[in-house]
Ligand binder design. Structure first.
Ligand code: G1P
Ligand code: ZN
Length: 538
């Protein structure tokens, strides 16, 4: 029985950088999930009888939403929904399943690295048939539907058993519950030299991987401790919990500080790594050596040919605009193209589909390749392991050799979280209005509001952040977060290029001190936000 339910629009159901994200109680508002899901379906055409992939990071409200989506997908005419057991699929695994099954698209339930639990965050993101996040044309169409929605359709049926593998029927639609790890693991085995990595571990290499009580636990247990033979206990916090154990599943130096401290201690393993709530981000710290995400993209790209999946070389390297230019220098040395895209993984999709880029990365701990259409935390860890296994050097040695060859891009991001939106918008507007006047002052050679012309589909994305560029390769970038759920978050990205190896051991904040002062002077951060210091420095 299909029921049609009358509803009225909710304000603010516009998908942000990565889908619709709100507090759990907002999603729990009657009809809230249904309105959004119906708006997604209403903005798509031609999916009758086709397959939808569905899964999430296991956070609070995941299971309930999976049931709702299943009943609505049946009511809207999908032929099959492939859902991860327990409603679990990491974001990169979902992307892979969409591609492998030739699915019409997928819905991923996650708020990434944001906290979970009854007062935490929840999110819904639609991915298209290439496995990647829906492009802006679709997310804007979804938003338009959310503003005019009058009714939604849902099957009246009992809940599905999400824990039993196999197929069942729901109002004429097939529900197929799959092992969330198997397909993903098989894909990793095609990309990396598992034999070499197994030998690395057998030779005494030690590692700690923190799954942060989030989705990568089952993947890491199966791949690292299972297939690769890492010692039991290598994976910590390996059971997904609805509230992530009360932690913030964000693998950065604030929320994974214990890993940093371990890596810097006498007891440091050879490699410390972590992933976030939904498994698409990564943190890499060698013994005594933190690797910034921007550097990690560059170093992975420079060494990717050491892994079987990339032995033929890379087509190009793409990075988001605020990500440091370290990757550009590698692309230049390899004689391949480099691309600078707006923030958000969705902008890499066209480049990957068109075969223009092979490796992509963002400063926000996201790295990935053409194997899926999302960033992929475990993939980055496995590529590092493959490189370490082949080069037989430590992370620290590889980092130092990289800097010596390409120069070092000192880099940091200063976040001012949950500031008043009015102040943050006024700050951005004042910068925009004053762009032309900046050039020539303080050795600024260019200043703009970044706009991206997609080279594949010709689309234009404007207002993607203010760039202030200096003659020596230094940059300050200002932009407002598109993933926050309260107030506004101002992100200030600082970068300075240092070619001289004798200057490569300076503390990052000290190396950027002059730019930090200038960033305040140019934007009046304290005046506009009422904050004299950032809330998070990464
Ligand atoms: C943040 C990151 C961005 C990433 C996104 C989704 O978006 O900065 O690189 O793609 O999360 O993980 P923001 O909050 O800055 O809009
Ligand atoms: Zn994430």
């Amino acid at each position: 029985m299909i029921k049609t339910v009358a509803t009225t629009p909710f304000e603010g159901q516009r998908p942000g950088t990565s889908g619709l994200r709100k507090k759990v109680p907002v999603f729990q508002t009657p009809h809230y999930v249904e309105n959004f899901v119906q708006s997604v379906f209403d903005s798509l055409a031609g999916f009758a009888g086709k397959t939808l992939v569905l899964g999430g990071d296991g956070r609070y409200f995941n299971r309930e939403t999976v049931q709702t989506v299943l009943k609505m997908a049946a009511a809207s005419g999908f032929g099959r929904v492939v859902v991860g057991q327990g409603g679990i699929l990491s974001t990169p695994a979902a992307s892979h399943v969409i591609r492998k099954r030739g699915a019409f698209g997928g819905l991923i339930l996650s708020a990434s690295h944001n906290p979970g639990g009854p007062d935490g965050d929840f999110g819904i993101k639609y991915n298209i048939g290439n496995g990647g996040p829906a492009p802006e044309a679709i997310t804007e169409a979804i938003f338009a539907h959310t503003r005019s929605i009058r009714e939604y359709r849902i099957a009246e049926a009992p809940d599905c058993d999400l824990d039993r593998l196999g197929e069942t029927s729901l109002a004429g639609m097939v529900v197929e519950v799959i092992d969330p790890v198997a397909d993903y693991q098989a894909l990793m085995e095609t990309l990396f030299d598992f034999t070499a990595i197994r030998a690395l571990f057998a030779g005494g290499f030690t590692m700690r991987f923190d799954a942060m009580s989030a989705v990568t636990g089952p993947y890491a247990h199966a791949i690292l401790e299972g297939a690769l033979g890492a010692a039991p206990g290598t994976v910590m916090n390996g059971t997904p919990l609805p509230d992530f154990g009360g932690h913030h599943p964000d693998p950065n130096l604030v929320h994974a500080k214990h890993l940093y401290d371990l890596a810097m201690s006498e007891a440091a393993p050879d490699l410390c790594a972590a992933s976030d709530g939904d498994g698409d981000r990564n943190l890499i710290i060698g013994r005594g050596q933190f690797v910034t995400p921007s550097d990690s993209v560059a170093m992975l790209a420079a060494n990717a040919h050491l892994a079987p999946g990339y032995a033929a070389g890379l087509a190009g390297i793409a990075r988001s605009m605020p990500t440091s230019a370290a990757a550009d220098r590698v692309a230049q040395a390899l004689g391949i193209a480099s691309f600078e895209t707006p923030t958000g993984w969705k902008f890499f999709g066209n480049l990957l589909d068109a075969g223009l880029a092979t490796i992509c990365g963002e400063e926000s701990a996201g790295t990935g390749s053409n194997h899926v259409r999302e960033k992929d935390g475990l993939w980055a860890v496995l590529l590092w392991l493959n490189i370490l296994a082949v080069r037989k050097q430590s992370v620290a040695e590889i980092v130092r050799e990289h800097w010596a060859r390409y120069g070092r891009n000192y880099y940091s991001r200063h976040d001012y979280e949950e500031v008043p939106a009015d102040g943050a918008n006024a700050l951005m507007q004042a910068l925009r209005d004053g762009l032309a006047a900046l050039v020539g002052r303080h050795a600024i050679v260019a200043a703009d509001d970044f706009a991206y012309h997609d080279p594949v589909d010709g689309s234009l994305s404007e207002h993607q952040g203010i760039r202030v560029l200096f003659g020596d390769g230094a940059r300050i970038v200002y932009r407002l977060s598109g993933t926050g759920t309260a107030g506004a978050t101002l992100r200030v990205y600082l970068e300075r290029y240092e070619p001289d190896p004798s200057q490569h051991a300076i503390d990052t904040q000290a190396a950027l001190a002059k730019l930090i002062v200038l960033a305040e002077e140019l934007a009046g951060i304290a005046r506009h936000t009422g904050r004299s210091a950032p809330s998070v420095i990464t």
